[in-house]
Design a protein around this ligand. Structure first.
Ligand SMILES: Nc1ncnc2c1ncn2[C@@H]1O[C@H](COP(=O)(O)OP(=O)(O)OP(=O)(O)O)[C@@H](O)[C@H]1O
Ligand SMILES: [Mg+2]
Length: 292
């Protein structure tokens, strides 16, 4: 029996018109149902990579070279029309600023049903999976009458209407307060668990990524330095940059969004890399539910 192809598999280099080599031979593999964290400081190329996956770089004057496969299909060979069909249905994106992604003039109910009509078949009740109030009072509101956290849930509801198999979340919590951030991260963990949704979770916050993701890729100045499960990144970081990143973190337990409890990262010999599947039996006891 042949193994299912990865959900996403890429090796890309990107240039902008007036800035070359913004991404240099960046290789990533994301398996079906996996949450892969992409961590890097501001300007390292995270959003550039998400735009490259959606083939939208031309909107910013950028071009990509290399390989880009989604479920074994060559995305770089698709026409713009074929990409439009795929975006929103099979691959969705959630961005950093929820309020600017919503139309301020439209009521929420209209925006949700518009997103629905733009793409789909199915029922609107699926929006309840993001824990938004479902009553007509709420749906009559406009985006200016929402908290930023509620607006982000509306955006996520629209992004998952069609049960995409890949959700790209580009710093989705950086505009939110700490408690709302936790709620949104818990929601991503739930979507992954309940719907088997693969998620590329982009952030500069290594701790939240560790709590949510099965594996973490470290991006610096347009290059992936290393990639592995949280136990490796925290316990045995291989690259000096990652070692500095981990050493700079506050000590103490952190939240585990898959089990809603506190967990403590611990040293480990697990050297599972990007190209190899995580083996549950090799996960140390100290952070069991992060990876399971
Ligand atoms: N349209 C553009 N033309 C030229 N350079 C660009 C363009 N867009 C981004 N860049 C540059 O490419 C690099 C990567 O930008 P990108 O937005 O991907 O970073 P990022 O990791 O998402 O940062 P942040 O965490 O601040 O969102 C930066 O140096 C940025 O200045
Ligand atoms: Mg960005």
């Amino acid at each position: 029996m042949t193994e299912a192809p990865p959900l996403l598999s890429l090796r890309l280099s990107v240039d902008y018109r007036n800035k070359t080599e913004v991404l240099r031979d960046v290789a990533i593999e994301l398996r079906q149902g996996e949450i892969l964290g992409l961590v890097g400081e501001s300007g390292s190329g995270k959003s550039t990579l998400s735009l490259a996956i959606l083939r939208l770089l031309h909107l910013k004057g950028g071009t990509a070279r290399g390989d880009l496969f989604f479920k074994g299909q060559d995305l770089s060979a698709k026409t713009e029309a074929q990409m439009r069909l795929l975006s929103g249905r099979e691959i969705s994106i959630v961005l950093q600023s929820p309020l600017s992604s919503l139309n301020p003039a439209l009521r929420l109910g209209s925006q949700l049903s518009e997103a629905w009509r733009a793409h789909a078949t199915g029922t609107r009740e699926e929006c309840a999976s993001v824990s938004l109030p479902n009553d007509s009072d709420f749906l009559r509101r406009r985006s200016s009458q929402l908290s930023v956290g509620q607006a982000q849930r509306v955006i996520i509801a629209m992004a998952i209407l069609h049960r995409p198999s890949l959700l790209i979340a580009d710093e989705p919590t950086s505009a939110l307060d700490t408690i709302t951030q936790s709620e949104i991260l818990r929601l991503f963990a739930q979507l992954n668990r309940d719907l088997g949704m693969g998620i590329l979770y982009i952030s500069h916050d290594l701790l939240s990524v560790a709590a949510l993701c099965h594996r973490i890729a470290i991006l610096n100045a347009g290059q992936i330095l290393e990639c592995g499960p949280p136990a490796q990144i925290f316990g045995a970081p291989q690259h000096v940059y990652t070692q500095k990143l981990v050493a700079a973190l506050p000590r103490g337990p952190f939240l585990d969004f898959h089990s809603d409890k506190l967990a403590t990262p611990a040293p480990s010999d697990d050297r599972d890399g990007c190209a190899k599947r995580s083996d549950d039996s090799s996960i140390p006891d100290q952070i069991p539910s992060i990876v399971r």
